[in-house]
Ligand binder design. Structure first.
Ligand SMILES: [Zn+2]
Length: 265
């Protein structure tokens, strides 16, 4: 049985979008945490960003370690929120290409549905310019796979679009906030791995002093770039929210005081 529709909480949606927009050259991916109700509607409350091990196009595989880590995170969130939450889907980005799932995506999705028939896939298309206006557009789709072959024949999977609704929210939940702050960590970890890889490759051969300096400079430059375009703006955005929340808190306190005086009169 497929899912009937998907409700994505606005804060989880924001985390996915921020993640998708953080990387223009490669696809990014993550897992969705949520639950499925008796009407087969999927409710996504939080997401987990994943570091990609294989950066080749269309290779969005999730390692068993990542899955088990996500499952235990979903479990602790379930205890915290008192809801039967689990890993209920995955998302990935399509930079510079259409939002529709590729054949590999549809097959990957089918393999997840084999384990859990409520499992859904989200795709975010970004950095994809509209031909006429040259305006950047962001598209999102939600899909599952269906087998078109008659029984007994080799499977032939097709995509099935699932209606997606974004649920407005006033606040960012703490699990979404944690996921958001994970992004600079993931990206700087990837830079470190690239640097270590380069350092390892040049080792052993005639140690070229200039190459060593060059690699170090490239690494420093990419970290500074990350701080400039991601960590800095993210911090500013969160500080703005904090300030707004403090104002709101103060006005609520004033309201409370005035209501209390009215009560005493
Ligand atoms: Zn894809």
């Amino acid at each position: 049985m497929t899912a009937s529709c998907v409700y994505l909480a606005a804060d989880a949606y924001m985390v996915c979008l921020t993640h998708a927009l953080s990387t223009e050259r490669e696809e990014v991916m993550g897992l969705c945490i949520g639950e499925i109700d008796t009407n087969r509607a999927v409710h996504i409350v939080s997401v987990i960003m994943l570091q990609r091990s294989d950066k080749r196009k269309d290779r969005v595989e999730i390692s068993p370690e990542q899955l088990s880590m996500a499952a235990s995170e979903a479990e602790s969130l379930a205890t915290l929120m008192g809801r039967p939450l689990r890993v209920i889907g995955w998302y990935h980005s399509h930079p510079h290409i259409t939002v529709w799932p590729s054949h590999v995506d549809v097959r990957t999705q089918a393999s997840y549905q084999f384990l859990d028939d409520g499992f859904i896939g989200l795709i975010f298309s970004c950095f994809n310019e509209e031909k006429e206006t040259r305006a950047g557009q962001i598209q999102v789709t939600c899909f599952q796979s269906t087998n078109q072959s008659p029984e007994g024949e080799p499977p032939n999977y097709d995509r099935l679009e699932i209606p997606l609704f974004i649920l407005p929210k006033d606040t960012i939940s703490s699990s979404c906030l944690d996921a958001l702050t994970e992004l600079p960590k993931i990206l700087s970890q990837e830079e470190l791995e690239a640097y270590n890889h380069a350092a390892h490759n040049t080792q052993g051969s005639t140690t070229d002093f200039l190459t060593t300096i060059h690699n170090g400079a490239v690494y420093t430059k990419s970290l500074c770039h990350l701080m400039d375009v991601l960590s800095g703006p993210l911090m500013q955005c969160l500080e703005n929210r904090l300030e707004r929340n403090q104002h709101k808190l103060e006005s609520l306190r004033q309201l409370k005081r005035s209501l209390q005086t009215q009560l005493q009169q």
